[in-house]
Structure formats: C-alpha cells, structure tokens
Design a binder for this molecule. Sequence first.
Ligand code: CIZ
Length: 385
Amino acid sequence: MFRLQAPLPARYTDASDDELAAMIGAARATLGDRVVILGHHYQRDEVMRWADARGDSYGLSRFAADQDRAEFVVFCGVTFMAEAADILTAPSQMVLLPDLNAGCSLADMADLDTVEIAWSELGRVVDLDAVVPVTYMNSSAALKAFVGRHRGTVCTSANADAAVRWALGVPYDTAPGPELAEHVIASGRKVLFFPDQHLGRNTVYSLGFSSNDERVWDPGLPSGGLTEADLKEPTFLLWKGHCSVHQRFTVDHVESFRAAHPDGLVIVHPECAHEVAVLADKVGSTDTIINYVCRAAPGSAIGIGTEVHLVHRLAEEHPDLTIVSLDPLVCPCSTMFRIDPPHLAWVLEGLVAGEVRNRIVVDEATAADARVALARMLEIGGSSF
Ligand code: CIZ
C-alpha cells in the first residue's frame, strides 16, 4: 500500500533541534498517560530518546497492547509495525505513524495478489493440505491475514526456527541435521516462506536442509520462474525478497573485520545472505544481537551486520567494547530514518490540539485473520519468546 506524507508546516521544518525537543517535551507532558511512544531498535537517537519502550516490531506491539491506559500509540518504526500494533491493541486505542512514507521495501516485495497467485500455482501441482505458508513479521497485514486463513503462521527473526519446525511438524527438541531433513522430506510436508528469502534460507539450512531442498519463487516471472518439478520436489519455496540493508553485508566485510581483529567476534542478522551468515560466530535477531553484546567479555571486538543506528547505539552504550559495523560504508534503513523530530512533534502537537494525524487502521476482517496468525506465532514460541 502506498501512502503519501504531505509536507510539514514550516513551524516544524524550520525549527531548531532545541525548539523541536521543547515542542515534543511539552506535548508529551500535556498528553501524559494518554500517549505511549514506541521506538524500534533501528531508530535514530534524536527520536529514540523520547521512546517509552524500545524493541523489535513484535515486542513493541505487545508492549502497546499491554498499555490499556494509552489512547494513542505513536509508533516510531515503519508501516508493517504500526499495522501489527493496530491489530494487537484494543479497538479504543489509536496507532499513529509519524511519517506515512516510512514503509519497508522488504515487506513490499510480497503482496496479497502475488502470494495468492503463487499459492494457486502451487495448488495445481501439489496438495495444498501439505503446504504451510509462513510469513515474516516484515509483511503487510493482508499477508498476515492470508497465513491466518491458510493454517499458517507469522514468524519473527527471533523465532523463525521454531515457526519452521512447527510448520513441518518437527518437535522443538529434535536435533537439527540430515536425519531431521530426511524425515521431513519423506513426510512430503512443504513450506511457502515469504517475503525474505535469506531469513528462510538461513533458517532451513540451520535445521539440516540443503540447497537441493529449496527453490526461489520469483514473483516477477511466470510460474515464479519454476518448472512443475521445481514446485513438486523441494520442501521449501522461498520468496525472492530481501532487505536492502542486510543484503549489503558481504564475505569481504567479514574477512576484513577478521583481518583487523583476529580475536574478534562477528554477529549478523539472519536477513544477511547465507554465505555471510556461515562466516559469523552468531546469527540472530536484533534482540539476540543486543544480548550478545551485553554478555561479551570486556575488551572484546565485535563486528555487527545489522542496521547502523543500532550498531552505533550499542557502541556508545558499551565503551568497554570495540563495536563496529561490518560495512564501513554503513547504510541506515532509509525508511526508518524518515521518522524524525519534526514529524514526531507534528503528530504529538496534533493530539494536543485534538487532531489525530497519520492514524494506521487495519480493517477488522483482515485484522481478525491476522490475529489468528499472530496468536499462532505466540503459541509456537521459540528461544526469545
Ligand atoms: O522485526 C523486527 O523488529 C526487525 C525488523 C528485526 C529484528 O530482528 O527484530
């Protein structure tokens, strides 16, 4: 869905940093418990300083849902996160996204129409009862609803392993490896995983599957660019989507870091390409990365492959560690970066004036199906839940 943010009035665009901080502080004080401000880990510091809670997309949505005193949830994140918060909060709560252009290019790589086409093409050659759709949290509400309707689940980067095991009917305590893979292949179960192929691939390879067990569905090509055999044979169909930030990290980045820090540790997000992930000491979600840094021995050098605002914040908060981004030409998440103090001030001052600006609303039919999939994700759990 494409929404356009209208330019802000000069009161906000011409204000100095101090003036904006004064506006935000005054509006927040006036609104008191009526508002809660959520800051995703990838937000810039000038925004993050105002957050009542910091976290990943799912953690923040849960936090919002638990704040029943807050009438307004100002989500400093991107559209799919604000949608998830609207789905999980009470009908009386309103979710606002300070800049409507803060979308997510990864989430936009799959939409309901193209996923429905893939599903029906798959249905021509395999029994859909054996296929479970799994969507990453970074997807539209419409796709969360699709998996809710088709016995599937949502996953986050923190519980993708548990979600894929669940989809394949593999108990959580079964050791990963070739035996697990053989057992699943023999069962004929399949997973359609969207929209991030890298999270899908890193997850299924860590369970013991190989490149023979997956094909990539390219939504831009007829039949996903696949033959009938390609649809029938593999256990996994991975959607051809990627995160433009995490896809930047390369093998050369890891090797350069290791050359500069021979005893250093490397941790990368599972949205990074598999050839990068295999070189890392640890692969994990934003919360996993934060916990890894918090537990590191003083003096450690850590190279991180994730969004740069989080990396810089961790470096500032841990002066006893050497923390660097693996990519020296660091690239922020440009859509997250749209949320800035002028937009935050504009939304908060609107609330003070009785005007709800940039409300994100998911229609109730979609929300009901999406809630089913989100509830399944919570039931499935996983290491970080
Ligand atoms: O779901 C999130 O918040 C994202 C974008 C990443 C993560 O690992 O938490």
